[in-house]
Design a binder for this molecule. Sequence first.
Ligand code: NCD
Ligand code: ZN
Length: 345
Amino acid sequence: MDSITLTRPDDWHLHLRDGEVLKAVVNHTAAQMGRAIIMPNLKPPVTTTAQALAYRERILAALAPGSRFEPLMTLYLTDTTTAEEIEKAFESGVVKAVKLYPAGATTNSASGVTDIKHCAGAIAAMERVGMPLLIHGEVTDNDIDIFDREAVFIERVLKPLLERHPALKVVSEHITTRQAAEFVAQGPDTLGATITAHHLLFNRNRMLAGGIRPHYYCLPILKREEHRQALLEAATGGSPKFFLGTDSAPHEKGDKESSCGCAGAYTAPAAIEFYATAFEQMNALDKLEAFASLNGPRFYGLEPNADTITLERRPLSLPSHYGFDDGRSIVPMMAEEELAWSLKR
Ligand code: NCD
Ligand code: ZN
């Protein structure tokens, strides 16, 4: 197979940031994806419908002329989010989901949820109106090993949540473990999961063996090979519960290459090419369209995109970095490496 054409994909988990960085990154995604769920972990976070509407306008203003990319907005859940704010968000038609960051779990999560019991009113409203809850599923306890935080979250938080709210739509975001893949596969139809390209392509050796590589440090952290295999099986296995979410998370080069580097891999410029590379490892390129373009819209109750993209077997070289106007730069994942697939432009 030297070329594949698929319904245009969407990215169901994306960080675009704001200001100059937004302008530098948004068109990488817009060149590939029809839509994206935009993460709300700005500084300060997007906690109200009014902020989400204003952020959406800034995203639209940063798009290249003629772009038809559609940002799907989210709210950042806090201990004090009200049921009224959820209803307002739902009625806006522009806010498509609410994101739960456990406080302290990841980048800009300081205003996140300290205990899910504080969110009972907001979550009941989400269940009532049909607003999906997107979950960063890691506990933050210091005594829980960073490699175990996802599996412990499932037992302590996710299972009881699904039992309390049987009609609540939940996306387990960027799952990284066999435990999460199995839990989602066996869970109710109201439960879906996004999987990143980096967790399909790499295990933790890529980050830690033969030198420490900060551009592969992300949260949830890369896991052992057995977990990567479980994710590949989930993504290519034909279940509609798993869909594409890059978690592309740009950080300035110096903030990554630092004695205390930020978490996040920048994958947006070659997102669909990364996924094609992973699916090809499983001889499952025929499963890419469902995962990238069909399962996500189905979960969110939206139509798939009406147009297509074509991937060609033609080498793609990732650059060393993307510079932006003020001299700063962002290093993409697999910088200065080559992929076998390229998006036809
Ligand atoms: C994300 C970021 O930088 O905003 N970082 C990451 O490693 N994925 C936050 C997140 O999704 O956890
Ligand atoms: Zn993220």
